[in-house]
Ligand binder design. Structure first.
Ligand SMILES: Cc1cc2nc3c(=O)[nH]c(=O)nc-3n(C[C@H](O)[C@H](O)[C@H](O)COP(=O)(O)O)c2cc1C
Length: 508
Protein backbone atom coordinates (compact mmCIF):
# COMPACT_ATOMS: atom_id res chain seq x y z
CA UNK A 1 0.00 0.00 0.00
CA UNK A 2 1.32 3.46 -0.93
CA UNK A 3 2.21 5.69 2.01
CA UNK A 4 2.07 8.87 -0.11
CA UNK A 5 -0.65 11.38 0.69
CA UNK A 6 -1.28 12.40 -2.94
CA UNK A 7 -4.80 13.65 -3.68
CA UNK A 8 -6.52 11.89 -6.54
CA UNK A 9 -9.00 14.54 -7.65
CA UNK A 10 -11.01 12.17 -9.81
CA UNK A 11 -11.57 9.78 -6.88
CA UNK A 12 -12.37 12.74 -4.63
CA UNK A 13 -14.95 13.93 -7.17
CA UNK A 14 -16.54 10.46 -7.34
CA UNK A 15 -16.68 10.38 -3.56
CA UNK A 16 -18.28 13.87 -3.43
CA UNK A 17 -20.80 13.03 -6.12
CA UNK A 18 -21.85 9.89 -4.20
CA UNK A 19 -21.82 11.59 -0.81
CA UNK A 20 -24.16 14.44 -1.76
CA UNK A 21 -27.27 12.27 -2.50
CA UNK A 22 -26.55 10.02 0.49
CA UNK A 23 -26.27 12.98 2.86
CA UNK A 24 -29.36 14.60 1.35
CA UNK A 25 -31.30 11.35 2.00
CA UNK A 26 -29.97 10.97 5.56
CA UNK A 27 -30.90 14.53 6.51
CA UNK A 28 -34.26 14.22 4.81
CA UNK A 29 -35.05 11.09 6.88
CA UNK A 30 -33.66 12.72 10.04
CA UNK A 31 -35.87 15.75 9.42
CA UNK A 32 -38.88 13.52 8.87
CA UNK A 33 -38.42 11.12 11.83
CA UNK A 34 -36.15 12.85 14.38
CA UNK A 35 -36.47 16.60 14.27
CA UNK A 36 -37.81 19.07 11.74
CA UNK A 37 -34.65 21.19 12.20
CA UNK A 38 -32.62 18.68 10.15
CA UNK A 39 -34.42 20.07 7.10
CA UNK A 40 -32.31 23.23 7.39
CA UNK A 41 -29.55 21.04 5.98
CA UNK A 42 -31.79 18.94 3.74
CA UNK A 43 -32.81 21.96 1.68
CA UNK A 44 -29.29 23.20 0.72
CA UNK A 45 -28.17 19.61 0.13
CA UNK A 46 -31.08 19.02 -2.23
CA UNK A 47 -30.16 22.26 -4.05
CA UNK A 48 -26.58 21.07 -4.30
CA UNK A 49 -27.77 17.70 -5.57
CA UNK A 50 -29.85 19.27 -8.33
CA UNK A 51 -27.00 21.56 -9.43
CA UNK A 52 -24.58 18.64 -9.40
CA UNK A 53 -26.93 16.47 -11.46
CA UNK A 54 -27.18 19.30 -13.97
CA UNK A 55 -23.38 19.60 -14.18
CA UNK A 56 -22.92 15.83 -14.56
CA UNK A 57 -25.77 15.02 -16.95
CA UNK A 58 -27.53 18.21 -18.10
CA UNK A 59 -25.01 20.69 -19.46
CA UNK A 60 -22.76 19.70 -22.37
CA UNK A 61 -20.36 22.65 -22.64
CA UNK A 62 -17.81 21.84 -19.97
CA UNK A 63 -16.18 18.41 -19.96
CA UNK A 64 -14.62 19.17 -16.60
CA UNK A 65 -18.04 19.63 -14.98
CA UNK A 66 -19.45 16.55 -16.74
CA UNK A 67 -16.59 14.45 -15.32
CA UNK A 68 -16.07 16.03 -11.92
CA UNK A 69 -19.39 17.68 -11.07
CA UNK A 70 -19.43 20.41 -8.47
CA UNK A 71 -15.78 19.85 -7.58
CA UNK A 72 -14.85 20.97 -11.11
CA UNK A 73 -16.14 24.42 -10.23
CA UNK A 74 -13.22 24.73 -7.81
CA UNK A 75 -10.89 25.00 -10.77
CA UNK A 76 -12.89 27.80 -12.35
CA UNK A 77 -13.06 29.64 -9.04
CA UNK A 78 -9.33 29.39 -8.46
CA UNK A 79 -8.63 30.35 -12.07
CA UNK A 80 -10.72 33.49 -11.75
CA UNK A 81 -8.91 34.41 -8.54
CA UNK A 82 -5.55 33.59 -10.11
CA UNK A 83 -4.53 37.13 -11.14
CA UNK A 84 -5.27 38.48 -7.66
CA UNK A 85 -3.52 35.59 -5.92
CA UNK A 86 -0.48 35.96 -8.13
CA UNK A 87 -0.41 39.73 -7.79
CA UNK A 88 -0.79 39.81 -4.02
CA UNK A 89 0.95 36.65 -2.94
CA UNK A 90 3.19 34.99 -5.45
CA UNK A 91 4.65 37.40 -8.04
CA UNK A 92 8.06 38.90 -7.41
CA UNK A 93 8.46 42.68 -7.38
CA UNK A 94 9.88 42.83 -10.90
CA UNK A 95 7.82 40.09 -12.53
CA UNK A 96 4.41 41.34 -13.54
CA UNK A 97 3.34 42.93 -16.83
CA UNK A 98 2.62 45.42 -18.21
CA UNK A 99 3.96 47.09 -15.06
CA UNK A 100 5.60 45.28 -12.21
CA UNK A 101 5.17 46.15 -8.57
CA UNK A 102 8.36 48.20 -8.44
CA UNK A 103 7.23 50.34 -11.37
CA UNK A 104 3.73 50.79 -10.00
CA UNK A 105 5.13 51.54 -6.57
CA UNK A 106 7.22 54.36 -7.97
CA UNK A 107 4.13 56.04 -9.43
CA UNK A 108 2.13 55.53 -6.22
CA UNK A 109 4.90 57.09 -4.17
CA UNK A 110 5.18 60.07 -6.49
CA UNK A 111 1.41 60.54 -6.47
CA UNK A 112 1.35 60.41 -2.68
CA UNK A 113 4.26 62.80 -2.43
CA UNK A 114 6.37 60.23 -0.65
CA UNK A 115 10.13 60.30 -1.04
CA UNK A 116 10.96 57.78 -3.76
CA UNK A 117 14.58 57.22 -2.76
CA UNK A 118 15.39 53.50 -2.67
CA UNK A 119 17.98 51.71 -0.61
CA UNK A 120 20.72 49.20 -1.08
CA UNK A 121 20.74 49.00 -4.88
CA UNK A 122 18.86 48.89 -8.15
CA UNK A 123 16.57 46.01 -9.04
CA UNK A 124 17.10 46.67 -12.73
CA UNK A 125 19.35 44.82 -15.12
CA UNK A 126 22.90 45.92 -15.71
CA UNK A 127 23.48 43.36 -18.41
CA UNK A 128 23.52 43.96 -22.13
CA UNK A 129 19.80 44.70 -22.42
CA UNK A 130 19.42 48.08 -20.75
CA UNK A 131 19.94 51.58 -22.09
CA UNK A 132 21.47 54.02 -19.61
CA UNK A 133 21.94 57.79 -19.54
CA UNK A 134 25.54 58.95 -19.91
CA UNK A 135 26.09 61.42 -17.12
CA UNK A 136 28.61 64.21 -17.45
CA UNK A 137 31.86 64.52 -15.59
CA UNK A 138 30.69 68.07 -14.91
CA UNK A 139 27.07 68.01 -13.76
CA UNK A 140 25.29 71.35 -13.63
CA UNK A 141 23.34 72.79 -10.69
CA UNK A 142 19.55 72.71 -10.39
CA UNK A 143 19.47 76.48 -10.71
CA UNK A 144 21.04 76.21 -14.16
CA UNK A 145 18.28 74.04 -15.57
CA UNK A 146 15.98 76.15 -17.72
CA UNK A 147 12.21 75.95 -17.25
CA UNK A 148 10.60 73.73 -19.88
CA UNK A 149 8.88 75.56 -22.73
CA UNK A 150 7.82 74.10 -26.04
CA UNK A 151 5.74 76.12 -28.46
CA UNK A 152 3.57 74.20 -30.89
CA UNK A 153 2.60 75.91 -34.12
CA UNK A 154 5.42 78.48 -33.96
CA UNK A 155 6.98 77.03 -37.10
CA UNK A 156 3.90 78.06 -39.08
CA UNK A 157 3.77 81.38 -37.26
CA UNK A 158 0.12 80.88 -36.33
CA UNK A 159 -1.69 83.23 -34.03
CA UNK A 160 -2.87 80.47 -31.72
CA UNK A 161 0.48 78.78 -31.19
CA UNK A 162 0.42 76.90 -27.90
CA UNK A 163 3.22 76.91 -25.36
CA UNK A 164 3.48 73.77 -23.29
CA UNK A 165 5.20 74.32 -19.95
CA UNK A 166 4.93 70.81 -18.51
CA UNK A 167 6.83 68.18 -20.51
CA UNK A 168 4.56 65.30 -19.45
CA UNK A 169 1.15 65.19 -21.15
CA UNK A 170 -1.87 63.10 -20.18
CA UNK A 171 -2.21 60.84 -23.20
CA UNK A 172 -5.56 60.40 -24.97
CA UNK A 173 -8.19 58.54 -22.97
CA UNK A 174 -11.82 59.06 -23.86
CA UNK A 175 -14.77 59.57 -21.60
CA UNK A 176 -16.18 56.13 -22.27
CA UNK A 177 -12.96 54.26 -21.75
CA UNK A 178 -12.69 56.21 -18.47
CA UNK A 179 -15.54 57.06 -16.17
CA UNK A 180 -16.54 60.67 -15.58
CA UNK A 181 -14.94 60.92 -12.13
CA UNK A 182 -11.61 59.63 -13.44
CA UNK A 183 -11.71 62.13 -16.31
CA UNK A 184 -12.49 64.99 -13.96
CA UNK A 185 -9.77 63.95 -11.50
CA UNK A 186 -7.16 63.90 -14.24
CA UNK A 187 -8.39 67.16 -15.73
CA UNK A 188 -8.48 68.94 -12.38
CA UNK A 189 -5.03 67.62 -11.46
CA UNK A 190 -3.39 68.68 -14.70
CA UNK A 191 -5.06 72.08 -14.44
CA UNK A 192 -3.25 72.57 -11.12
CA UNK A 193 0.07 72.14 -12.93
CA UNK A 194 -0.67 74.13 -16.08
CA UNK A 195 -0.09 71.01 -18.20
CA UNK A 196 -1.96 69.51 -21.14
CA UNK A 197 -4.48 66.68 -21.35
CA UNK A 198 -5.53 64.86 -24.50
CA UNK A 199 -9.26 64.12 -24.72
CA UNK A 200 -8.99 60.78 -26.51
CA UNK A 201 -11.47 59.92 -29.22
CA UNK A 202 -14.68 59.99 -27.19
CA UNK A 203 -16.50 62.83 -28.92
CA UNK A 204 -17.60 66.05 -27.30
CA UNK A 205 -15.30 66.32 -24.24
CA UNK A 206 -18.00 67.29 -21.76
CA UNK A 207 -16.18 66.17 -18.61
CA UNK A 208 -12.71 67.14 -19.80
CA UNK A 209 -13.99 70.67 -20.30
CA UNK A 210 -15.40 70.94 -16.77
CA UNK A 211 -12.11 71.42 -14.96
CA UNK A 212 -10.61 74.29 -16.88
CA UNK A 213 -7.44 72.57 -18.07
CA UNK A 214 -5.65 72.90 -21.40
CA UNK A 215 -6.83 70.26 -23.85
CA UNK A 216 -5.73 68.65 -27.07
CA UNK A 217 -8.89 67.44 -28.80
CA UNK A 218 -8.43 64.11 -30.51
CA UNK A 219 -10.12 63.17 -33.77
CA UNK A 220 -10.31 59.38 -34.01
CA UNK A 221 -11.22 57.47 -37.14
CA UNK A 222 -14.92 57.53 -36.20
CA UNK A 223 -14.66 61.30 -35.66
CA UNK A 224 -16.91 61.26 -32.63
CA UNK A 225 -18.00 64.78 -31.84
CA UNK A 226 -17.06 66.17 -35.26
CA UNK A 227 -18.62 63.73 -37.71
CA UNK A 228 -21.07 63.90 -40.55
CA UNK A 229 -23.59 61.09 -40.82
CA UNK A 230 -21.38 59.34 -43.38
CA UNK A 231 -18.42 59.39 -40.97
CA UNK A 232 -16.49 62.17 -42.70
CA UNK A 233 -15.31 65.33 -40.95
CA UNK A 234 -17.87 68.01 -40.20
CA UNK A 235 -15.94 71.26 -40.63
CA UNK A 236 -18.53 73.32 -38.80
CA UNK A 237 -18.50 71.16 -35.65
CA UNK A 238 -14.70 71.12 -35.62
CA UNK A 239 -14.52 74.90 -35.97
CA UNK A 240 -16.97 75.30 -33.06
CA UNK A 241 -14.94 73.01 -30.81
CA UNK A 242 -11.62 74.55 -31.79
CA UNK A 243 -12.97 77.98 -30.88
CA UNK A 244 -13.35 76.93 -27.24
CA UNK A 245 -10.82 78.62 -25.01
CA UNK A 246 -9.61 75.37 -23.45
CA UNK A 247 -8.95 73.53 -26.69
CA UNK A 248 -5.34 74.37 -27.48
CA UNK A 249 -4.40 71.77 -30.07
CA UNK A 250 -5.95 69.10 -32.29
CA UNK A 251 -4.60 65.59 -32.68
CA UNK A 252 -5.61 63.50 -35.66
CA UNK A 253 -5.25 59.89 -34.65
CA UNK A 254 -4.02 57.73 -37.51
CA UNK A 255 -3.23 54.77 -35.29
CA UNK A 256 -2.50 53.74 -31.74
CA UNK A 257 0.29 51.51 -30.44
CA UNK A 258 -1.95 48.95 -28.77
CA UNK A 259 -3.92 48.25 -31.96
CA UNK A 260 -2.49 49.86 -35.08
CA UNK A 261 -4.65 49.25 -38.11
CA UNK A 262 -7.68 48.69 -35.95
CA UNK A 263 -10.09 51.43 -34.96
CA UNK A 264 -11.01 52.33 -31.40
CA UNK A 265 -13.21 49.87 -29.52
CA UNK A 266 -15.77 50.50 -26.81
CA UNK A 267 -17.46 47.34 -25.54
CA UNK A 268 -21.28 47.53 -25.25
CA UNK A 269 -21.08 47.01 -21.48
CA UNK A 270 -19.65 50.53 -21.26
CA UNK A 271 -22.10 52.37 -23.51
CA UNK A 272 -24.48 54.35 -21.35
CA UNK A 273 -27.28 56.56 -22.61
CA UNK A 274 -25.05 59.62 -22.20
CA UNK A 275 -22.11 58.08 -24.07
CA UNK A 276 -24.35 56.97 -26.90
CA UNK A 277 -25.55 60.58 -27.19
CA UNK A 278 -22.08 62.18 -26.93
CA UNK A 279 -20.75 59.88 -29.63
CA UNK A 280 -23.88 59.60 -31.73
CA UNK A 281 -23.97 55.79 -31.64
CA UNK A 282 -26.64 53.25 -30.62
CA UNK A 283 -26.59 51.42 -27.28
CA UNK A 284 -26.38 47.63 -26.91
CA UNK A 285 -23.67 47.11 -29.53
CA UNK A 286 -19.86 47.30 -29.33
CA UNK A 287 -18.56 50.46 -31.00
CA UNK A 288 -15.75 49.62 -33.39
CA UNK A 289 -14.32 52.61 -35.23
CA UNK A 290 -13.11 52.33 -38.84
CA UNK A 291 -9.52 51.21 -39.43
CA UNK A 292 -8.65 54.53 -41.07
CA UNK A 293 -10.00 57.96 -41.93
CA UNK A 294 -12.08 58.05 -45.10
CA UNK A 295 -10.12 61.19 -46.00
CA UNK A 296 -6.71 59.46 -45.70
CA UNK A 297 -6.40 57.04 -48.59
CA UNK A 298 -2.75 57.66 -49.47
CA UNK A 299 0.15 60.00 -48.67
CA UNK A 300 -1.11 63.07 -50.58
CA UNK A 301 -4.66 62.86 -49.19
CA UNK A 302 -3.37 62.36 -45.64
CA UNK A 303 -1.21 65.47 -45.74
CA UNK A 304 -3.99 67.41 -47.43
CA UNK A 305 -6.34 66.36 -44.62
CA UNK A 306 -3.90 67.57 -41.96
CA UNK A 307 -3.66 70.91 -43.74
CA UNK A 308 -7.45 71.13 -43.95
CA UNK A 309 -7.77 70.59 -40.17
CA UNK A 310 -5.14 73.27 -39.60
CA UNK A 311 -7.11 75.68 -41.72
CA UNK A 312 -10.46 74.93 -40.08
CA UNK A 313 -9.24 74.92 -36.50
CA UNK A 314 -6.60 77.65 -36.69
CA UNK A 315 -4.79 75.69 -33.98
CA UNK A 316 -1.64 73.60 -33.83
CA UNK A 317 -2.56 70.24 -35.36
CA UNK A 318 -0.64 67.00 -35.00
CA UNK A 319 -0.97 63.35 -35.88
CA UNK A 320 -0.70 60.31 -33.65
CA UNK A 321 0.59 57.08 -35.04
CA UNK A 322 2.35 53.87 -34.24
CA UNK A 323 5.05 53.21 -36.81
CA UNK A 324 4.83 49.89 -38.64
CA UNK A 325 7.34 50.32 -41.42
CA UNK A 326 9.77 53.26 -41.15
CA UNK A 327 9.88 53.36 -44.96
CA UNK A 328 6.23 54.43 -44.95
CA UNK A 329 7.04 57.13 -42.43
CA UNK A 330 9.83 58.22 -44.77
CA UNK A 331 7.30 58.48 -47.62
CA UNK A 332 4.93 60.45 -45.42
CA UNK A 333 7.66 62.95 -44.58
CA UNK A 334 8.53 63.17 -48.27
CA UNK A 335 4.92 64.07 -49.01
CA UNK A 336 4.99 66.76 -46.31
CA UNK A 337 7.95 68.29 -48.08
CA UNK A 338 6.31 68.03 -51.50
CA UNK A 339 3.19 69.82 -50.27
CA UNK A 340 5.18 72.04 -47.90
CA UNK A 341 2.62 71.15 -45.26
CA UNK A 342 3.68 69.75 -41.89
CA UNK A 343 1.76 68.65 -38.86
CA UNK A 344 2.77 70.79 -35.90
CA UNK A 345 3.54 67.67 -33.93
CA UNK A 346 3.77 63.94 -34.39
CA UNK A 347 2.91 61.64 -31.51
CA UNK A 348 4.84 58.41 -31.82
CA UNK A 349 3.01 55.75 -29.84
CA UNK A 350 4.92 52.53 -29.17
CA UNK A 351 3.37 49.10 -29.69
CA UNK A 352 3.70 48.53 -25.96
CA UNK A 353 1.09 51.26 -25.36
CA UNK A 354 -2.09 50.65 -23.41
CA UNK A 355 -5.75 50.65 -24.34
CA UNK A 356 -9.23 50.32 -22.90
CA UNK A 357 -9.90 47.35 -25.18
CA UNK A 358 -8.09 45.69 -28.08
CA UNK A 359 -7.78 42.23 -29.61
CA UNK A 360 -4.97 40.32 -27.96
CA UNK A 361 -3.15 39.59 -31.21
CA UNK A 362 -2.92 43.33 -31.84
CA UNK A 363 -1.71 44.04 -28.33
CA UNK A 364 0.97 41.39 -28.58
CA UNK A 365 2.07 41.35 -32.19
CA UNK A 366 1.46 44.53 -34.16
CA UNK A 367 3.60 47.66 -34.47
CA UNK A 368 7.08 48.87 -33.56
CA UNK A 369 7.97 49.40 -29.93
CA UNK A 370 8.57 52.99 -28.92
CA UNK A 371 12.34 53.34 -28.71
CA UNK A 372 13.29 52.06 -32.16
CA UNK A 373 10.24 53.80 -33.68
CA UNK A 374 11.15 57.08 -32.06
CA UNK A 375 14.73 56.84 -33.18
CA UNK A 376 13.64 56.04 -36.75
CA UNK A 377 11.18 58.92 -36.87
CA UNK A 378 13.70 61.38 -35.49
CA UNK A 379 16.40 60.20 -37.89
CA UNK A 380 14.07 60.40 -40.89
CA UNK A 381 12.99 63.94 -40.04
CA UNK A 382 16.62 64.96 -39.51
CA UNK A 383 17.77 63.37 -42.76
CA UNK A 384 14.94 65.12 -44.61
CA UNK A 385 16.12 68.43 -43.15
CA UNK A 386 12.71 69.13 -41.59
CA UNK A 387 13.21 68.16 -37.97
CA UNK A 388 12.68 71.77 -36.87
CA UNK A 389 9.29 71.90 -38.62
CA UNK A 390 7.59 69.42 -36.25
CA UNK A 391 7.62 68.56 -32.56
CA UNK A 392 7.70 64.95 -31.45
CA UNK A 393 5.62 63.63 -28.56
CA UNK A 394 6.51 60.11 -27.42
CA UNK A 395 4.31 57.60 -25.58
CA UNK A 396 4.48 53.95 -24.62
CA UNK A 397 5.14 52.92 -21.03
CA UNK A 398 6.88 56.19 -20.22
CA UNK A 399 5.65 56.29 -16.66
CA UNK A 400 8.92 57.00 -14.87
CA UNK A 401 11.61 59.67 -15.22
CA UNK A 402 14.15 56.97 -16.10
CA UNK A 403 12.28 55.91 -19.24
CA UNK A 404 11.19 59.47 -20.08
CA UNK A 405 14.75 60.80 -20.14
CA UNK A 406 15.68 58.11 -22.66
CA UNK A 407 12.77 59.18 -24.88
CA UNK A 408 14.06 62.77 -24.77
CA UNK A 409 17.53 61.58 -25.81
CA UNK A 410 15.96 59.68 -28.70
CA UNK A 411 14.34 62.86 -30.01
CA UNK A 412 11.12 63.48 -28.08
CA UNK A 413 10.16 67.10 -27.38
CA UNK A 414 7.51 66.04 -24.88
CA UNK A 415 6.30 62.74 -23.47
CA UNK A 416 2.80 61.45 -22.82
CA UNK A 417 1.46 58.68 -20.67
CA UNK A 418 -1.99 57.25 -20.12
CA UNK A 419 -1.41 54.42 -17.68
CA UNK A 420 1.07 56.40 -15.60
CA UNK A 421 -1.75 58.82 -14.83
CA UNK A 422 -4.22 55.99 -14.26
CA UNK A 423 -1.84 54.55 -11.68
CA UNK A 424 -1.47 57.98 -10.12
CA UNK A 425 -5.20 58.02 -9.37
CA UNK A 426 -5.21 54.54 -7.90
CA UNK A 427 -5.27 52.02 -10.77
CA UNK A 428 -4.25 48.62 -9.38
CA UNK A 429 -3.70 46.97 -12.77
CA UNK A 430 -6.73 44.74 -12.38
CA UNK A 431 -6.78 44.37 -16.19
CA UNK A 432 -10.55 44.88 -16.41
CA UNK A 433 -10.66 48.18 -18.36
CA UNK A 434 -13.04 46.82 -21.01
CA UNK A 435 -15.60 45.13 -18.79
CA UNK A 436 -17.05 48.04 -16.79
CA UNK A 437 -15.98 46.31 -13.58
CA UNK A 438 -12.84 48.29 -12.71
CA UNK A 439 -12.57 47.70 -8.95
CA UNK A 440 -11.18 51.18 -8.26
CA UNK A 441 -13.77 53.01 -10.36
CA UNK A 442 -11.47 54.41 -13.07
CA UNK A 443 -12.59 52.62 -16.23
CA UNK A 444 -16.21 52.03 -15.30
CA UNK A 445 -19.56 53.79 -15.38
CA UNK A 446 -20.97 51.76 -12.51
CA UNK A 447 -21.86 54.40 -9.89
CA UNK A 448 -21.17 51.95 -7.05
CA UNK A 449 -17.59 51.53 -8.24
CA UNK A 450 -17.05 55.15 -9.31
CA UNK A 451 -17.99 56.11 -5.77
CA UNK A 452 -14.48 55.16 -4.70
CA UNK A 453 -13.00 58.15 -6.53
CA UNK A 454 -12.75 61.33 -4.54
CA UNK A 455 -12.03 63.95 -7.20
CA UNK A 456 -10.14 66.56 -5.11
CA UNK A 457 -7.92 63.88 -3.56
CA UNK A 458 -7.16 62.21 -6.89
CA UNK A 459 -6.52 65.56 -8.57
CA UNK A 460 -3.89 66.31 -5.95
CA UNK A 461 -2.22 62.98 -6.69
CA UNK A 462 -2.07 63.81 -10.38
CA UNK A 463 -0.41 67.12 -9.60
CA UNK A 464 2.01 65.45 -7.16
CA UNK A 465 2.94 62.85 -9.76
CA UNK A 466 3.72 65.54 -12.32
CA UNK A 467 5.71 67.70 -9.92
CA UNK A 468 7.75 64.71 -8.81
CA UNK A 469 8.45 63.70 -12.43
CA UNK A 470 9.50 67.25 -13.28
CA UNK A 471 11.78 67.32 -10.26
CA UNK A 472 13.44 64.02 -11.18
CA UNK A 473 13.78 64.99 -14.84
CA UNK A 474 15.53 68.19 -13.80
CA UNK A 475 17.93 66.23 -11.64
CA UNK A 476 18.66 63.85 -14.51
CA UNK A 477 19.33 66.86 -16.75
CA UNK A 478 21.83 68.16 -14.19
CA UNK A 479 23.55 64.81 -14.16
CA UNK A 480 23.79 64.81 -17.95
CA UNK A 481 25.08 68.39 -17.91
CA UNK A 482 22.12 69.55 -20.02
CA UNK A 483 20.12 72.72 -19.40
CA UNK A 484 16.94 71.61 -21.17
CA UNK A 485 15.53 68.41 -22.62
CA UNK A 486 16.23 69.90 -26.04
CA UNK A 487 19.97 69.64 -25.28
CA UNK A 488 19.74 65.88 -24.91
CA UNK A 489 20.84 63.81 -27.89
CA UNK A 490 21.41 60.23 -28.86
CA UNK A 491 25.01 60.64 -27.68
CA UNK A 492 23.75 60.98 -24.13
CA UNK A 493 22.77 57.33 -24.23
CA UNK A 494 24.83 54.33 -23.37
CA UNK A 495 23.45 51.59 -25.60
CA UNK A 496 25.25 48.32 -24.85
CA UNK A 497 24.20 46.75 -28.15
CA UNK A 498 21.64 47.09 -30.92
CA UNK A 499 19.14 44.80 -29.25
CA UNK A 500 19.00 47.13 -26.23
CA UNK A 501 17.02 49.57 -28.34
CA UNK A 502 14.31 46.96 -28.59
CA UNK A 503 12.54 46.99 -25.26
CA UNK A 504 11.71 43.33 -24.93
CA UNK A 505 12.98 43.83 -21.41
CA UNK A 506 11.12 46.38 -19.33
CA UNK A 507 12.51 49.82 -19.94
CA UNK A 508 11.36 51.89 -17.05
C1 LIG B 1 -7.95 53.27 -20.76
C2 LIG B 1 -7.23 53.77 -21.98
C3 LIG B 1 -7.94 54.47 -22.96
C4 LIG B 1 -7.28 54.93 -24.09
N1 LIG B 1 -7.98 55.65 -25.03
C5 LIG B 1 -7.33 56.15 -26.10
C6 LIG B 1 -7.99 57.00 -27.02
O1 LIG B 1 -9.16 57.33 -26.89
N2 LIG B 1 -7.26 57.46 -28.08
C7 LIG B 1 -5.93 57.15 -28.25
O2 LIG B 1 -5.31 57.60 -29.21
N3 LIG B 1 -5.29 56.38 -27.38
C8 LIG B 1 -5.94 55.88 -26.30
N4 LIG B 1 -5.26 55.14 -25.39
C9 LIG B 1 -3.80 54.94 -25.58
C10 LIG B 1 -3.00 56.00 -24.84
O3 LIG B 1 -3.37 57.28 -25.23
C11 LIG B 1 -1.48 55.86 -25.07
O4 LIG B 1 -1.21 56.06 -26.43
C12 LIG B 1 -0.93 54.52 -24.69
O5 LIG B 1 -1.59 53.96 -23.59
C13 LIG B 1 0.56 54.62 -24.37
O6 LIG B 1 0.77 55.26 -23.15
P1 LIG B 1 1.03 54.45 -21.78
O7 LIG B 1 1.86 53.26 -22.15
O8 LIG B 1 1.76 55.44 -20.96
O9 LIG B 1 -0.27 54.09 -21.23
C14 LIG B 1 -5.89 54.66 -24.26
C15 LIG B 1 -5.20 53.96 -23.28
C16 LIG B 1 -5.84 53.53 -22.15
C17 LIG B 1 -5.05 52.78 -21.10
Amino acid sequence: MSTKLAINLHKLARFTNTAIPILATIFFLAGRYISFYYHFLTVPLLGLLLVNLYYLFGQKNHSLLRNFGILGQGRYMLESLGPELRQYLFSGDTEERPFNRTERGEVYRKANNVDSAASFGSQNNFDATEIKLRHSLFPISRGDVEPYRMTFGEERGIQNAYTLTVPIIISGMSYGALGKRAVRSLARGIAQTGGLMNTGEGGYPKYHLMENCDLAFQIGTAKFGVRNRDGTLNDQLLAELAAKEQIKMIELKLSQGAKPGKGGMLPKEKITQEISELRGVPMGRDIVSPTHHAECQDYPSTIAFIRRIQEISQLPVGIKLCIGDPRQFFELVGEMKRQDAFPDFITIDGAEGGTGAAPKAFLDRVGMPLFPALKSANDILLAAGVRQRVKIIASGKLISPGSQIIAFCLGANAVATARGFMLSIGCIQALQCGSNTCPVGITTHDPDLERGINIPDKALRVANYIHSLEHDLDELLCSAGARTVSDLTFDHLYIPNESALYPFANHS
